[in-house]
Write a protein that binds this ligand. Structure first.
Ligand code: F6P
Length: 364
């Protein structure tokens, strides 16, 4: 089919590489298909409240290396269950799905590119089921999406965490301290695992392997006895001790987003360890530094490839799909593959074995 006018939105948490996708979609839609490109602002909110603008080659020329998303994003703009606080501070939800569909139709778009993680892509699929020509483009620093080998944003986040570990190694060694780095990843340990391996961590704790504090203590003591009275621990925000749940906070944003906000396990472990060993323990929470800033070359290339292939898929009318990286190639996979399933680190994977083979303690 010939493409005349396409729309793109970015939803959920931002990550490095989003602008590379926006640029690639814009350029290939205009240069290859002579189509118009409409940028929807702030994720699905832009469709609900009709906020959008035209994207051009000139207007996107300087964004390849830029972090964030020029379109803005939100992780609380669910058109089917839009959450907001009323004037009395009560949380209310509203179904704006028909309004979203009507606004989409008014824009007269041949395709809607939905760039997002699990939640955003599932919303895209729901809109596809309601008749919208949607193509998904997977992103997340967590790398936890089914159907794709890697998501863009992930490698940049791992590099940020690796750099932080390099720095913690030298200060930790100088002071004979136990240095803990808490990284993101929601319910998965991909960032922690790859950052830990690349940053020479002595202990890596991931949600997929509930940890035994005794094993962590044993590792620290053995290192001390062996002449290295410092240790570096990387812990995924979703990691949990055997028999306990992951640590979450009860912020207002949690209620607006409808999902638990993780965080605090690093300081929890720091306190637990301090009570048991004669070494100083310090915790650094890396937080959103993993999401912001300049994307690595890998994420720029992946974003560009996904963006251009998504436009090709639209020209072929292959809606209800998601572009995905599989064994070095960009392929199409049905959007419904996601179905709310989180891709966790397999506990018997080569990566896990690699870590333990070189003496890294995984808390078991
Ligand atoms: O999904 C990406 C992510 O950065 C997670 O790793 C993290 O748990 C969450 O988003 C943080 O979300 P927010 O920016 O809403 O606090």
């Amino acid at each position: 089919m010939s493409l005349k006018r396409v729309g793109i939105l970015t939803g959920g948490g931002d990550c490095s590489g989003l602008n590379a996708v926006i640029r690639a979609v814009t350029r290939s839609a205009i240069i290859t298909h002579e189509a118009e490109v409409i940028g929807i602002e702030q994720g699905f909110e832009g469709l609900i409240f009709d906020r959008n603008r035209k994207l051009t080659v000139a207007g996107t020329k300087d964004i390849l290396a830029l972090g964030g998303t020029i379109l803005g994003t939100t992780n609380k703009g669910d058109p089917f269950e839009y959450r907001q606080f009323d004037k009395d501070g009560q949380l209310t939800t509203q179904d704006y799905s028909q309004k979203t569909i009507d606004n989409f139709k008014r824009l007269d778009l041949d395709c809607l590119f939905v760039v997002g993680g699990d939640g955003t892509l599932q919303l895209g699929y729901k809109l596809f089921e309601r008749g919208l020509p949607v193509i998904g483009i997977p992103k997340t620093i967590d790398n936890d999406l089914m159907g794709t080998d890697y998501t863009f944003g992930y490698q940049t986040a791992v590099q940020v965490a690796c750099d932080a570990l390099d720095r913690l190694q030298t200060t930790g060694e100088s002071h004979d301290r136990v240095m803990i780095l808490e990284v993101m990843g929601r319910g998965t340990g991909w960032i922690a695992l790859e950052a830990g391996i690349s940053g020479g961590a002595h202990v890596i704790l991931i949600p997929e392997i509930p940890y035994d504090l005794e094993k962590v203590l044993e590792k620290i003591r053995l290192r001390k006895e062996g002449g290295s009275p410092f240790s570096v621990i990387v812990v995924a925000e979703g990691a949990k001790e055997i028999g306990r749940e992951a640590i979450t906070s009860e912020a207002a944003s949690t209620r607006l987003q409808g999902v638990a906000q993780l965080g605090g396990v690093g300081n929890f472990i720091a306190k637990s360890l301090s009570d048991r060993i004669d070494l100083e323990v310090r915790c650094t929470v890396l937080g959103h530094t993993q999401r912001g800033g300049t994307p690595l070359a890998f994420d720029r290339v992946l974003g560009t490839r996904l963006g251009t292939q998504a436009v090709e898929a639209a020209a072929e009318g292959k809606f209800g799909t998601m572009v995905a990286l599989k064994s070095q190639e960009i392929v199409l996979t049905p959007l419904k593959t996601l179905a709310g399933i989180v891709r966790q680190v397999p506990v018997d994977s080569q990566m896990v074995h690699t870590s333990e083979s070189i003496g890294i303690c995984l808390g078991r």
